[in-house]
Design a binder for this molecule. Structure first.
Ligand SMILES: [Zn+2]
Length: 410
C-alpha cells in the first residue's frame, strides 16, 4: 500500500463576505476534491489543539506525526536544512535577511531592495569571530535577500531572541537569552558579535559602494531571526519502516520532511508561489511513487494568497490543487494507493494570518469506511466519520491503513 498526502498550505479559511458567506474551499469549483471526500472518510483536525494557531514549521512537523509540544526547536534549522545545508544536533541555525540600515542601526529596508545575496557568496564564507575562536560560523545566501546562518561549537542554545525587529524605522535589536542558561547567554552574545562583524564587512564592501553610486540601497547589515536547532524527532523510517518522499519548494516544509527521514524532490515549474505548476508536482509524485510508501505533496500558493488577503486568488489556487488531485485520481491506482487531502492550518483572508480553526481532512482508498460526506470543505468534512482529530494523529491514521502501526499491548 502507498499513501500520497496532499497539503494545501493555509488552505482552510473562514466564511468570507466577499464570497457570499462561503469559504474559499466552498466557493471553488473542486469536482476532484469532492470525489475524494465522497468516496473517502472525512473529518476535521486541530493541528495543535482547538483554537491554537500553528506556525507552518510546527504544523508540518505535526502532520508528519510528531508532537509539536515535545519536538519543536525553532524554525531556523528546518529552513537551513530545507535549503540544503547540513545542520547537526547541537548546532544553532538562523534565518536572516540582507538589510539596509542607517548609521544609527535603524532599519531602512529589511530586504535591501530585494538584493540577490549570492553576489556576496565567497566573501561570506570563512567568517571568523575573534572573540569566539571555538565557534564555527557558516553564512549562506539562500533565495534572493534571504540567508541562513549556522553556529557550530560547544555550549550553544537556540533559546535566544531575534535581532530582526520585523519592521522598518526602528533599530536592529540586540539578541537576548530566552532562558536562564549560560548557553543562551553565550549564544546571544555571539549573535550580537556576528552582527557587528558582518556589519563592518558589508559596510565597506565594494559591491555596496557600487550600489550606492547606482542609487540602490546597500545591503550593509544582516538581520537574523528564528533561532533553532534540528527538531528532536526520530525519522519515520525508523518508527514505522516507511520510505518517505517529499515534493515541495518551501524550505521549512523540506526541512521538516528531511528531519522525518524523507528524500526531497523538485518538480519542474513548481515555484512555491501562486503561479506554481501543481500538475507537474502530481506528475513527480506519480513518477517516484513506485520507490516509496508515502509521498508528502505540499502546495504553498493557497497560503500566499491568504496572506495577500485575496479571496479570488485563493479560490484559483484551490482549483489548481483540484487539478493536481485529478491527475492523481486518473494516474495512480486506487486499489493500492490512499489519497489524503488536508491543510497545515487555517489562514484567514480577513486577518491575513494563521488562525486556530480546524482544517478539513479526507482520505480516499481501498479500505476506508466511506461516510456520507459528498464535498470537500471545512463544513462538509465536519460531518464525516473521522470526527474531530488532532494533527499528530493523522500520520498514525494513514500508516494504520498501511498496516504499519504496531500493536499496543499484547
Ligand atoms: Zn503553512
Amino acid at each position: 500500500m502507498k499513501t500520497i498526502l496532499i497539503v494545501g498550505d493555509g488552505m482552510a479559511d473562514r466564511p468570507l463576505k466577499e464570497l457570499g458567506g462561503r469559504t474559499p474551499l466552498e466557493a471553488a469549483e473542486t469536482p476532484n476534491l469532492d470525489a475524494v471526500a465522497a468516496g473517502g472518510v472525512c473529518g476535521i483536525m486541530d493541528i495543535i489543539a482547538p483554537g491554537r494557531p500553528p506556525g507552518s514549521d510546527v504544523a508540518n512537523l505535526t502532520l508528519l506525526g510528531y508532537d509539536p509540544l515535545e519536538c519543536y526547536r525553532g524554525r531556523g534549522a528546518l529552513e537551513a536544512m530545507g535549503a540544503g545545508l547540513a545542520v547537526r544536533r547541537g548546532d544553532v541555525a538562523f534565518r536572516g535577511n540582507f538589510a539596509h540600515v542607517d548609521d544609527d542601526e535603524v532599519v531602512v529596508d529589511r530586504r535591501a531592495g530585494r538584493i540577490d545575496g549570492s553576489v556576496f557568496g565567497e566573501h561570506l564564507s570563512g567568517i571568523r569571530l575573534d572573540a569566539y575562536p571555538d565557534v564555527e560560523v557558516t553564512v549562506r545566501p539562500t533565495l534572493a535577500h534571504r540567508l541562513a546562518v549556522i553556529l557550530r561549537g560547544e555550549g550553544l542554545s537556540w533559546r535566544v531572541s531575534d535581532i530582526d525587529p520585523h519592521k522598518t524605522g526602528v533599530r536592529v535589536l540586540r539578541s537576548r537569552p530566552l532562558d536562564g542558561t549560560a548557553e543562551a547567554e553565550r549564544t546571544a552574545a555571539i549573535v550580537n558579535e556576528l552582527y557587528r562583524v558582518l556589519r563592518e564587512m558589508l559596510r565597506s564592501h565594494p559591491l555596496n559602494k557600487r550600489r550606492e553610486e547606482e542609487g540602490l540601497p546597500p545591503a550593509n547589515a544582516v538581520i537574523l531571526r528564528g533561532a533553532g536547532e534540528p527538531p528532536a524527532v526520530t525519522p519515520l523510517t525508523d518508527l514505522y519502516g516507511v520510505r518517505g518522499a517529499c515534493v515541495a519548494v518551501t524550505p521549512t516544509v523540506r526541512g521538516a520532511c528531511l528531519a522525518a527521514g524523507f528524500d526531497l524532490y523538485d518538480a519542474p515549474g513548481a515555484t512555491g508561489g501562486v503561479d506554481t505548476d501543481a500538475v507537474s508536482k502530481a506528475r513527480e509524485a506519480e513518477r517516484i511513487l513506485p520507490r516509496y510508501d508515502l509521498v508528502f505533496l505540499h502546495v504553498k500558493g493557497t497560503d500566499v494568497a491568504s496572506h495577500d488577503g485575496d479571496p479570488e486568488l485563493k479560490v484559483r489556487v484551490i482549483e489548481k490543487i483540484d487539478g493536481m488531485v485529478r491527475h492523481l485520481l486518473d494516474h495512480v491506482g486506487p486499489a493500492e494507493t490512499y489519497l489524503a487531502v488536508t491543510a497545515d492550518h487555517t489562514t484567514s483572508i480577513r486577518v491575513r494570518d494563521h488562525r486556530g480553526d480546524p482544517v478539513p481532512v479526507a482520505i480516499l482508498g481501498p479500505e476506508v469506511r466511506a461516510d456520507g460526506v459528498s464535498s470537500y470543505s471545512e463544513r462538509a468534512c465536519a460531518g464525516g466519520g473521522l470526527g474531530r482529530i488532532r494533527g499528530k494523529d493523522l500520520m498514525p491514521i494513514l500508516l494504520n491503513l498501511q498496516d504499519r502501526v504496531a500493536l499496543y499491548g499484547s
